[in-house]
Design a protein around this ligand. Structure first.
Ligand SMILES: Cc1cc2nc3c(=O)[nH]c(=O)nc-3n(C[C@H](O)[C@H](O)[C@H](O)COP(=O)(O)OP(=O)(O)OC[C@H]3O[C@@H](n4cnc5c(N)ncnc54)[C@H](O)[C@@H]3O)c2cc1C
Length: 319
């Protein structure tokens, strides 16, 4: 049974549904919203199909004192088995499209990153080839500063449109946003990313498409085909987490239905019946092994969530 503030929020949003681009859903199975296919039920899922809808919802949540979790495509999160008691905010509709111009692309936050990469490559624009195949949305890629094969989002990001809680959409130049390896300050804020512009360079079509094919082949060869959340841990400075985990003997380790991939020691894959607790416990053991062997404490790249949308630290996970 959703909490009282959530019931109030649901009622308020339901009356708005007809006039605004907002959809509200109760009791949503989070496992279908995560690449790991894990997680319990979310009490409330709110889908905003335009930036105005985001602004409307954030004005209401702020007035009611309700916090929320912003979800992209769920490729970098582990939802708890107990589900989420705070509303999950997702984007779609007008925010799933993109527009290509002479030297770049403006993409909605819920657009699929790989589809955008493919479209700009076919338009003869270079700069996003290395990002091809990274699962997830444009919004998630910006917030995480996703990257691969020598390029990361902030190398080509020109600006981001965000909706702050209780405010209207604003455009922030990328140069004003602190960011680092697989992170940005947007991750700490309650702002919702709604759009982003990437600066690209016109190039030779055949060379761009060849690079996309090459990246795609390398990615397919490296990653397991079973459900996963990609790399569990960040690379420590000057090191590869995968190498440390491999040498610490983690490949093939298992807890319940979760196991470390045999092709990539930094990836946990799951079988049917696995739980988020299995994944967390396995990650905790992997981290312990690397610490014992090399004295290096690995930091998770994946976001482990608790029922209230807070970040679970592996030290707090069940022993
Ligand atoms: C098989 C596999 C391979 C992967 N390979 C790579 C790789 O090569 N390189 C790499 O960098 N990553 C990789 N990842 C991780 C993941 O794909 C990226 O981090 C991706 O950018 C996350 O996007 P998402 O839309 O799924 O975000 P989510 O997982 O939904 O969310 C990630 C974070 O972003 C926040 N967020 C999402 N959307 C918004 C928004 N619109 N506004 C505000 N906050 C938002 C969430 O609150 C959360 O904190 C891989 C994952 C998988 C499963």
């Amino acid at each position: 049974m959703p909490s009282k503030p959530l019931r109030g929020l649901h009622e308020t949003l339901r009356t708005l549904q007809k006039e605004t681009a907002v959809e509200v859903h109760e009791r949503v199975d989070l496992s279908s919203w995560s690449s790991l296919r894990l997680g319990g039920m979310a009490d409330l899922l709110i889908r905003c199909n335009s930036e105005d809808a985001v602004a409307t919802v954030l004005a209401i949540t702020r007035r009611m004192g309700v916090s929320y979790f912003v979800l992209g495509a769920g490729t970098n999160v582990v939802f708890p088995d107990a589900g989420l008691r705070l509303p999950v905010l997702t984007l779609g509709g007008a925010l799933a499209s993109w527009e290509i111009d002479l030297d770049g692309v403006v993409a909605g936050a819920s657009a699929n990153l790989t589809q955008v990469c493919r479209a700009v490559a076919r338009a003869g624009l270079s700069g996003m080839e290395g990002l091809f195949g990274i699962p997830g949305s444009i919004g998630g890629a910006v917030v995480m500063n996703a990257g691969a094969y020598g390029v990361e989002v902030f190398d080509i990001l020109e600006w981001v449109e965000v909706v702050p809680p209780g405010g209207r959409p604003v455009v922030i130049p990328a140069s004003a946003i602190e960011h680092g390896y697989r992170t940005s300050e947007l991750r700490q804020r309650e702002d919702v990313v709604t759009r982003a512009r990437f600066s690209l360079a016109p190039g030779e079509l055949s060379a761009i498409l060849a690079r996309v094919r090459e990246v795609n082949l390398q990615r397919r060869a490296k990653l397991p085909s079973k459900p996963s959340a990609g790399s569990i841990f960040r690379n420590p400075p000057g090191e590869h987490a995968g190498r440390l985990l491999d040498e610490a003997g983690c490949k093939g380790m298992r807890v319940g239905g979760a196991h470390v991939s045999r092709t990539h020691a930094n990836v946990i894959t799951v079988d049917r019946g696995a739980t988020a607790a299995d994944v967390m416990e396995l990650a905790r053991i992997m981290r312990g092994r690397v610490k014992d062997r090399f004295g290096v404490v690995l930091e998770p790249e994946v976001l482990f969530l608790d029922e209230m949308g807070g970040r679970v630290h592996l030290d707090d996970a069940r022993a």
